[in-house]
Design a binder for this molecule. Structure first.
Ligand code: PRP
Length: 223
C-alpha cells in the first residue's frame, strides 16, 4: 500500500447530515447554555454555527445573533510539524469583532463555535483575546470584571481526546459551558466542506457509519 493510500484510509469522513444530527443531539445542552450571541470561529466554525442557530430557534423569538471572527493556524517560523499537529503553530487573526458601534461583551452569554478542538490552540487564543477586550471595556465603563456578568462558553462538533497545547479557564471547562458534540480519538477528520468530491466523501462517510444515525429502535431523533 502506498503512503498516500495509507493516509487516505486513516481519514474519518464526516457528512453534512452527520454534523447536522450531532448538533441536533446537542440541542438540550446548547439551550441550557442559552447564548445571546453565537461567535463563529471562521472558517471551520461557519457551517456548524448556522446549524447551531437552527436548534436554538424558539417559536416567535428572534434568531440568536451570529458574529464571526476569522482565525487561522500558521506554521510558526522555525518550527517543524506534521499536517495534523498544531505543535509549533500560531494563530493569526484576519478579522475580529467590531466594537466601534458601541457593541461590547459586557453582560452577555457568548458561545464560541468551531468544528474541532484539536490542540486547543485556537480556542485558547480566542478566549484570551475576548477576555482582554472585556477587561478594557469594563475599565472604560468603570465596572469590575467580576461584576460584568459575561459568560463565555464553547461548542465544538468534535473534541479530540489528546494532550492539549493550551488550557481553557475553569469557568468554561464544565458541563454547562463546554459542549462537545462528540469526543473522538486523535484521528484525521475529513469535514465535508473541505471536499472537492462530495459524492465520494459522502460515500466514505456512509461506509464508516458517519452519515445519519438511528437509535437502537431504528428511529431517528426528532426535535
Ligand atoms: O485546536 P487547534 O489545534 O487550534 O485546531 C483547531 C482549529 O484548526 C482549524 O483551523 P484552521 O486555521 O486550520 O483552518 P479553518 O478554520 O480555516 O478550517 C479549525 O477550524 C480550528 O479552528
Amino acid at each position: 500500500m502506498t503512503d498516500a493510500q495509507q493516509v487516505e484510509d486513516s481519514k474519518v469522513y464526516i457528512s453534512y447530515n452527520h454534523i447536522h444530527q450531532i448538533i441536533q443531539e446537542s440541542a438540550p445542552r446548547l439551550k441550557k447554555f442559552n447564548p445571546d450571541l453565537l461567535l463563529c470561529l471562521a472558517g471551520g466554525g461557519l457551517v456548524p454555527t448556522r446549524f447551531v442557530r437552527t436548534f436554538l430557534k424558539e417559536k416567535d423569538q428572534p434568531n440568536v445573533r451570529i458574529m464571526s471572527v476569522a482565525l487561522s493556524l500558521y506554521e510558526a517560523v522555525g518550527s517543524v510539524s506534521t499536517q495534523q499537529e498544531s505543535i509549533g503553530k500560531e494563530v493569526v487573526r484576519s478579522q475580529w469583532l467590531d466594537y466601534s458601534n458601541g457593541f461590547d461583551l459586557i453582560g452577555k452569554r457568548i458561545l464560541l463555535v468551531d468544528e474541532v478542538d484539536d490542540t486547543r490552540t485556537t480556542l485558547h487564543y480566542a478566549v484570551s483575546e475576548l477576555q482582554k477586550d472585556l477587561v478594557k471595556q469594563c475599565a472604560a465603563k468603570g465596572i469590575k470584571v467580576e461584576d460584568a456578568n459575561t459568560t463565555f462558553g464553547i461548542f465544538v462538533v468534535h473534541n479530540k481526546l489528546k494532550p492539549k497545547n493550551a488550557t481553557l479557564p475553569d469557568s468554561i471547562m464544565n458541563d454547562t459551558n463546554y459542549i462537545a458534540g462528540r469526543d473522538i480519538e486523535d484521528v484525521w477528520i475529513a469535514y465535508p466542506w473541505e471536499s472537492n468530491d462530495i459524492v465520494y466523501h459522502t460515500k466514505r462517510a456512509i461506509e464508516q457509519g458517519n452519515d445519519i444515525f438511528l437509535d437502537e429502535n431504528n428511529n431517528y431523533i426528532k426535535k
